[in-house]
Design a protein around this ligand. Structure first.
Ligand code: 5GP
Ligand code: ZN
Length: 118
């Protein structure tokens, strides 16, 4: 069973933000911003590649509620899902990062010079 499935099953503790029948939101253990919440479907989905439009529909509302509940809705925030190796996905259970609480930096190229492909 994957790490986030264990969090869903309460086998590993997490600092919960919000929960309903289908989704879970909890604080990232290694936050990259003052607000850094992870939102996951309770059912295991490997990545965005396998996310159904039906599940995405529910997640949209849930993520919007998380943004409101954590106080970042009005000032702004970022929603990211990393996919696969190049995307930097470490946990192979689909999760959305909801980042906010400060002005966020922008920059993504780990091992390439952006001048080469602009
Ligand atoms: P990824 O790199 O897969 O997009 O993001 C995985 C995220 O999960 C990372 O930001 C990492 O800090 C977080 N993470 C890894 N293990 C745990 C854990 O056991 N508990 C919580 N709350 N977050 C975790
Ligand atoms: Zn899982």
């Amino acid at each position: 069973m994957c790490l986030f499935c264990k969090i869903v099953n309460k086998e590993i503790p997490a600092n919960l933000v919000k929960e309903n029948d289908d989704f879970l939101a909890f604080h990232d253990i290694n936050p990259k911003a003052p607000v850094h919440v992870l939102v996951i479907p309770k059912v295991h989905v490997d990545s965005f590649n396998d996310l159904s439009p039906e599940t995405m529909a529910g997640m949209t509302t849930f993520i919007q509620e998380v943004a409101k509940d954590t106080g970042v809705k009005e000032a702004g925030y970022r929603v990211i899902t990393n996919v696969g190796d190049n995307g930097g996905q470490e946990v192979k259970h689909l999760h959305w990062h909801v980042l906010g609480g400060a002005k966020l930096a922008w920059g993504h190229f780990a091992d390439a010079d952006s001048k080469n492909f602009l």
